[in-house]
Design a protein around this ligand. Structure first.
Ligand SMILES: [Zn+2]
Length: 361
């Protein structure tokens, strides 16, 4: 791997929905690849079955693995499908070549229910990226969420904004964002709910780790997300501890654009129960996990569209409002904007190339 692949960028790779995205991803798989599909409970709006599909490309006994994960947050899977399909094509076309002793593992739609229904969570309202906590002990508490909860449920957006502004004035912006999005384990109908048991996506990850003995290999995990940060920019968020070997690895591979929530340099605040933690637990000192987060619209808009989502799903009824709202969800997490899609694919190629180069250096 010497440089960035410059094959034409094809924004048509952003699919119409979960099922076409899955079909196109599957169609790119070639012979000699080990693929495995995990059925997910529930079904899509058209009654379609749901799967998390995975594929291993490269030597079975590779000492190093670049892992791409899409759709950890269901509706963010549009970008995940496009990026992974693009990577599959580049590999098939020889524009990207896996270095010696290196494999790639791709995971398509880790939360397929949310992808199909244009929601960020799973069918139980669980945010997979807050789900990796020890459910056998006392669950983490988020006092800020408890304090803000009455305001979160207000249906009047103006009143809600006022309550948020008061909280921010009293406790600061970071405290406000942690209260809303840091994760909570007390309100199943609310946003950023971490669940009460391991969710489908976590079980899939744990199974993949066992199946491929990933704890015995060097790992570069890239978890693909959208919806937070500057429009189009793919931020490399590293939730490892500052000063840890993994944080150093991330910097060595990806350079100065790496941000750390624990240092306050990221558009993301520190969070509870991240999917990262399932991987951190098995990683050696030559590995790291990053979230590649593509920004769309402002964080206030993100909170607004998500709160509305939870309010609407808590009170089923008006189909027209629900349909209109689904369009807003899709627009927030996958803007209908040609330039945004181009930047996403371009930046993803860059970061995947950095991972391949870094892990094999
Ligand atoms: Zn996300």
């Amino acid at each position: 791997m010497s440089s960035l692949p410059f094959a034409a960028i094809d924004t048509e790779l952003f699919p119409e929905g979960y099922w076409p995205g899955r079909q196109r991803w599957l169609a790119e798989l070639g012979g000699g690849m080990r693929s495995f599909s995990y059925p997910c409970p529930g079904s899509g709006p058209e009654g379609e079955a749901l799967f998390t599909d995975t594929v291993w490309i490269g030597p079975e006994d590779a000492a190093r693995v670049v892992v791409l994960i899409g759709g950890t947050h269901g509706v963010e899977g549009f970008a995940g499908s496009a990026i992974e399909t693009d990577a599959l094509r580049l590999l098939a076309g020889g524009q990207v070549v896996l270095p010696a002793d290196t494999a790639t593992l791709m995971v398509h739609a880790l939360t397929p229910w949310g992808y199909a229904w244009l929601r960020r969570c799973d069918a139980d309202g669980v945010d997979l990226n807050r789900n990796v906590v020890d459910f056998s002990g006392p669950l983490p508490e988020n006092a800020g969420y408890e304090a803000l909860k009455p305001a979160l449920l207000l249906s009047d957006a103006q009143q809600r904004k006022l309550a948020f502004a008061e909280f921010e004035q009293a406790h600061g912006r970071v405290a406000l964002e942690k209260a809303i999005s840091g994760g909570q384990y007390c309100d199943p109908g609310g946003p950023f709910f971490g669940g009460l048991a391991p969710a489908h996506g976590r079980l899939v990850v744990e199974d993949l780790i066992r199946k491929y003995s990933l704890q015995q290999r060097d790992l570069a995990v890239i978890d693909l997300h959208t919806g937070l940060g500057s429009f189009g920019y793919g931020e490399i968020i590293c939730d490892h501890q500052p000063g840890s070997p993994a944080a150093k690895v991330a910097h060595d591979w990806y350079g100065d654009s790496v941000t750390l929530p624990f240092l306050g340099t990221s558009s993301s605040v520190p969070k509870l129960g991240l999917l990262d933690y399932a991987w951190h637990a098995i990683m050696n000192e030559r590995s790291c996990y990053i979230t590649l987060e593509f920004g769309t619209y402002r964080t206030d808009q993100l909170f607004e569209v998500l709160l509305r989502d939870h309010l609407l799903w808590a009170r089923p009824g008006n189909d027209l409002t629900r349909r209109e709202h689904s369009r807003s969800m899709r627009r927030h997490f996958c803007p209908d904007d040609q330039a945004w899609k181009e930047i996403v694919l371009f930046r993803a190629r860059q970061v995947i190339s950095q991972a391949l180069r870094g892990i094999s250096a």
